[in-house]
Design a protein around this ligand. Structure first.
Ligand SMILES: Cc1cc2nc3c(=O)[nH]c(=O)nc-3n(C[C@H](O)[C@H](O)[C@H](O)COP(=O)(O)O)c2cc1C
Length: 91
């Protein structure tokens, strides 16, 4: 992880939040000083509390508020939208 300055964190919305596996990953990896981008798939609940939960788990970490999210059934057809998002981010 030390060799990365930028981290893209992807997750599904589970129970209005994030799967515990994501929080375990964040506990095990020090992301301080890195730029973090979030992307999320979800049902009808949208991002819900997921961004707040991740922000609380990563105090002092720069999390972009330009977040990509999509409805779960739209995910397979989201390549163009994801490419536009990455272009917006400068990639
Ligand atoms: C245990 C579980 C809890 C979920 N809770 C929510 C929820 O609270 N709100 C929501 O919009 N979608 C919820 N979903 C739907 C998931 O977000 C959706 O299945 C997922 O984004 C699909 O991505 P995947 O194919 O990578 O799992 C839940 C799914 C599971 C399996």
């Amino acid at each position: 992880m030390e060799s990365y300055d930028v981290v893209f964190l992807g997750y599904p919305n589970w129970w209005y939040g994030v799967p515990m596996a994501l929080l375990s990953f964040l506990e095990d990896h020090d992301l301080s000083g890195k730029q973090v981008y979030l992307f999320c798939s979800h049902g009808t609940g949208g991002l819900a509390r997921s961004v707040d939960i991740i922000t609380e788990a990563l105090p002092g970490v720069e999390i972009s508020d330009n977040i990509f999210d999509c409805y779960e059934e739209d995910a397979p057809a989201s390549q163009e939208a994801i490419e536009s998002w990455l272009t917006e981010l400068g990639y």
